[in-house]
Design a protein around this ligand. Sequence first.
Ligand code: URA
Length: 176
Amino acid sequence: MDLDRLHEKIRLCQLCDLSLNRIKAVPGEGPCPAEIMLVGEAPGREEDLEGRPFVGRAGRLLDKALAEADLQRYEVFITSVIKCRPPDNRRPKRHEIETCRPYLEAQMKVLNPRVVCLMGNVATQAVLGKQGVTSLRGQIWQDRFLVTYHPAAVLRNRNLMKDFVSDLRKAKMPKD
Ligand code: URA
């Protein structure tokens, strides 16, 4: 399936109850194919309104971190595990993650990224089946997956910014 058709399917998806409260589904955006793919948790209020990933406060921090890592936002494909906003930004439930996961897998297949950056515990658990970003971060797993902090965690603790930027830099140049 091509990316446009896949994203149309996501925009119209009604496979779980998150579709009942959303304004817009947020498939993700960026180049196709993509060298680098960034995967967050789930859309928040602003993403739900705009239908675009990481356009709220966490997104502004992500833009800043990307710039510090010498990456432009338009160079990377940005998405989240869950494509619709959970009510009150609650954590996605396990069945929601399972229901949405085939969309992320299909995106990875079409985009064929060299590196997939898993930002935060939800993305790390959904893709690698592992917990504990603090101990897993900064390393490439299975030759492809780089675990790092979620930008919202960096917003809560600015001391994490340095490692977050260094992880993004590693996604750009894994051998450095
Ligand atoms: N947090 C996410 O995980 N994804 C978004 O798109 C926005 C905030």
